[in-house]
Design a protein around this ligand. Structure first.
Ligand SMILES: NC(=O)c1ccc[n+]([C@@H]2O[C@H](COP(=O)([O-])OP(=O)(O)OC[C@H]3O[C@@H](n4cnc5c(N)ncnc54)[C@H](OP(=O)(O)O)[C@@H]3O)[C@@H](O)[C@H]2O)c1
Length: 257
């Protein structure tokens, strides 16, 4: 059996991995929600690792509130840098391969073509900085790791852009969505499958990878797609706006390959 720890298991990606688990009978999963394992608590992390013999740790735990991270950056760094370092150190001490999820927000969005894993990060907001610091800590501590940068994660579960648009459309009226930022929406189920292929598929070299669903669009275009897919285009008026009320600076063009 391959033993896999999944941290942040009640988040969007954690749930997507949990939904796939049945397809991997040769994998024994240990799903740890935040209440089971807070990655900022070093002693709890060490205890869990030394009481189990994990082969992989898939880190889905993260501080993901981009707006709030501007107001209380220390919390974002506590989880996304120091919590990640705790996991990396425990992985090193116990010979566990870390699969860590990062973000295209480590880039500034000024590149006109898609970002490559070898491009130099230059985050422009606190969330992006905290995720970039987490990546650096992993690279300092470990040699056996996968860092997977993804973008605009969505799914039909929980709270995210996809479910928010559906919810708003159900109320009718007008929805205003910015058409100024570009990104690649990525279904959490597709990313979950990509991650599980690292665990139980063709072996890849350790290092940094980019994974998205590949099609770049604005938030407005994405909203339009969601409404079409759910046959809700007639029930609501979708308005493209230039601005987006955001405390955090947001990269304008993020397509990662
Ligand atoms: N969502 C996106 O659009 C997006 C885009 C690019 C990259 N990513 C990256 O993809 C990964 C998964 O994102 P997601 O959308 O699944 O995020 P999510 O839904 O916000 O899930 C994150 C999970 O981490 C948990 N968590 C927070 N602090 C923790 C701590 N100290 N210890 C343990 N667990 C903790 C959260 O628990 P609570 O809910 O209890 O706080 C939540 O269950 C993250 O690394 C994120 O940075 C996301």
């Amino acid at each position: 059996m391959i033993k896999v720890l999944v941290t942040g298991a009640s988040g969007q990606l954690g749930k997507a991995i949990r939904a796939l688990a049945g397809e991997y009978p040769e994998v024994s999963f240990h799903f740890a929600e935040r209440k089971d394992l807070d990655i900022t608590e070093k002693e709890s992390v060490n205890a869990l690792f030394s009481n189990n013999h994990f082969d992989y740790c898939i880190n889905c735990a993260a501080y993901t509130d981009v707006e709030q991270a501007e107001k209380t950056p220390q919390i974002a760094f506590e989880v996304n840098e120091r919590g990640v370092a705790n996991l990396a150190e425990a992985c090193k001490a116990n010979n566990v391969v870390l699969i860590h999820i990062s973000t295209d927000y480590v880039f500034d969005g000024r590149k006109q073509k898609g970002y490559l894993p070898s491009d130099i990060p230059n985050p422009i907001n606190q969330y992006g900085r905290s995720k970039w610091e987490g990546e650096k800590r992993i690279q300092d501590i470990l040699s056996e790791y996968f860092i997977i940068r993804t973008s605009w994660l969505y799914s039909q579960r929980g709270r995210n852009f996809y479910t928010n648009i559906k919810k708003r459309a159900a109320l009718g009226g007008t929805i205003s969505v910015t058409n100024q930022e570009y990104g690649c929406p990525t279904h959490a189920d597709h990313l979950a499958k990509y991650i599980m292929d690292l665990v139980d598929g063709e072996k890849k070299s350790f290092g940094i990878y980019h994974y998205t669903d590949g099609e770049a669009m604005t938030w407005y275009e994405f909203a339009k797609k969601i409404l079409l897919e759910n046959r809700m285009s007639d029930s609501v008026r979708l308005l493209a706006t230039k601005s987006y009320p955001s405390v955090a600076k947001r990269p304008a063009l993020l397509t990662a390959y």
